[in-house]
Design a protein around this ligand. Structure first.
Ligand code: BGC
Length: 476
């Protein structure tokens, strides 16, 4: 970076200080995380919801049957039919994807449920060609924080990921969904309402018994793991057998909403203030895909507006001023630019933002993307380390899914380095050696996971375990 002018060089150094999370800080965040996980399970509760999910056990691989799965994620809506075959841990799947129209995310509640019901109806009609069906069991992946008194029930705690639909927060979403389905006469029974993280954990455990934690690093971020009912003080009044397993959807995006440990920058503060739910999802807003491009954009606008720093000088940056104009795939492209002179990044800026860049500016841009992407991966590792430490897992597999995990360059490797620093693992003897805790690409949690949880729920109800079941008559 020899020919980068002094003002830009100073800014690069400032940004490095601002966005670097060293090993000491990672450990501090992890320790606080453990306290917050415990608090969330306690009677008093904490800012991490730690939602019991009524998914009560891992699959054996012997589950069978045909199930529907509906996935309402952040970006797409997906409907699948999954056949769990009688071959161990094998399944067939057919699926259709529907775009989640942007305006639905901030529209009316009715429009949302009608749209979802239309997609499901279309799927059933296309794939069953008007045949008469027995009532189909459905696993509904609703990837938002929900209080579940039962597995076929879920009160939305709050919208996340930029959703803001009036009349749903504080309500049980199951009857809303069921009413829209009933109107169309589609023969579907909602058997399990699940979170994408729980689905990810269960789908991954179906084929890999070492799987203990499911994570999503995508538009939003979160994790689930298996707890024993005896270690969930807030369920003590239910007198469930102490050693009975219960998947917990941590909703760790809400970690540190009180701003006690996370090293937030002025840019993180703006992201939060300008979001539909200020004060919520503090952790998620620093690491999830929805926000990475926005943090990057805010830094560049701030630098440009500072008269002492000469970046994009004399240019009209109106396109860059538009909030959420850059998503995390833009950052991925910057980090992936293979050319020494960063010419692909230069093209990106000129094509998408009508900004002409100099070589030193490109150097700053690349470094900034690396810093934001690295911070996200390193902070994400704190959550994984916290669950592993809390549960005393010295070795295990963690199933992960989501666009950032699957597509963001170096995310996996940066996360693995951070995990090593937090957990003080000795250096590897050979590069091929597995880490004691590995974060691996998961099986399709919102499809296969939802089907498996529906199957596991049907099975336990048939065996007489009615814990967390609101309408037992549906589970025939
Ligand atoms: C939601 C979680 C979800 C995560 C990943 C968060 O915003 O609150 O329920 O698991 O995104 O999709």
């Amino acid at each position: 970076m020899a020919d980068v002018p002094k003002d830009l060089l100073q800014q690069i150094e400032r940004l490095e200080k601002l966005f670097t999370v060293d090993a000491h800080m990672l450990k501090k965040v992890t320790d606080h995380f453990i306290t917050e996980l415990d608090k969330g399970l306690s009677v008093e509760g904490g800012s991490i919801p730690m939602n019991p999910t009524w998914c009560m056990g891992f699959p054996t691989g012997d589950e069978t049957g045909t199930f529907l799965a509906l996935d309402m994620g952040g970006t797409n809506l997906r409907v699948c039919e999954i056949i769990l075959t009688d071959q161990k841990s094998e399944f067939d799947i057919i699926q259709s994807k529907y775009r989640m129209p942007e305006e639905l995310k901030t529209g009316e509640s009715d429009e949302l449920w009608e749209y979802i019901a239309d997609c499901l109806q279309q799927f059933v009609e296309t794939h069953h060609n008007g045949q008469k069906l027995d009532e189909l069991h459905l696993g509904f992946t609703f990837s938002f924080p929900a209080t579940q008194d039962y597995i076929d029930h879920g009160v939305l705690q709050r919208w996340t990921k930029g959703f803001d639909i009036a009349g749903v927060e504080g309500e049980n979403v199951v009857p809303m969904f069921e009413a829209a389905i009933a109107k169309r006469g589609v023969p579907i029974k909602l058997t399990a309402l699940i979170n994408d993280t729980t689905g990810t954990m269960i789908a991954s455990a179906y084929t890999d018994p070492k799987m203990k934690i499911g994570c999503i690093f995508g538009t939003g971020c979160n994790a689930a793991y298996m707890e024993d009912c005896g270690s969930i003080p807030k369920l003590a009044h239910m007198n469930l057998p102490k050693d009975m397993p219960m998947a917990i959807n941590c909703e760790w995006g809400a970690f540190d909403n009180e701003h006690k440990v996370l090293p937030r920058t002025q840019y993180d503060i703006i992201v939060d203030k300008d979001s539909p739910r200020p004060g919520q999802q503090a952790f998620e807003k620093m690491i999830a895909g929805l926000y990475l491009g926005e943090i990057f954009r805010l830094v560049l606008v701030d630098l440009h507006d500072n008269k002492e720093i000469h970046i994009f000088e004399g240019q009209n940056i109106d396109k860059l001023r538009k909030a959420y104009t850059l998503d995390s795939s833009f950052l991925s492209l910057v980090e992936e630019d293979p050319f020494e002179n960063l010419s692909e990044t230069g093209d990106l800026f000129s094509n998408k933002l009508s900004i002409t860049t100099t070589r030193p500016e490109l150097e700053l841009i690349r470094r900034l993307a690396e810093l934001i992407g690295t911070r996200a991966a390193r902070l994400s590792a704190c959550g994984v380390a916290a669950i592993a430490k809390k549960k005393g897992y010295k070795t295990c597999h963690v199933g992960a899914d989501g666009s950032v995990f699957n597509k963001y360059p170096h995310f996996k490797q940066r996360g693995a380095v951070a995990l090593r620093e937090i957990l003080d693992w000795p250096a590897k003897k050979s590069p091929k050696e597995e880490d004691p805790i590995e974060i691996l690409a998961a099986e399709d949690g919102s499809g296969v996971g939802a089907a498996l949880i529906a199957a596991l729920t049907l099975k336990r109800v048939k065996e007489g375990n009615f814990a967390g079941i609101l309408h037992p008559e549906k589970y025939k």
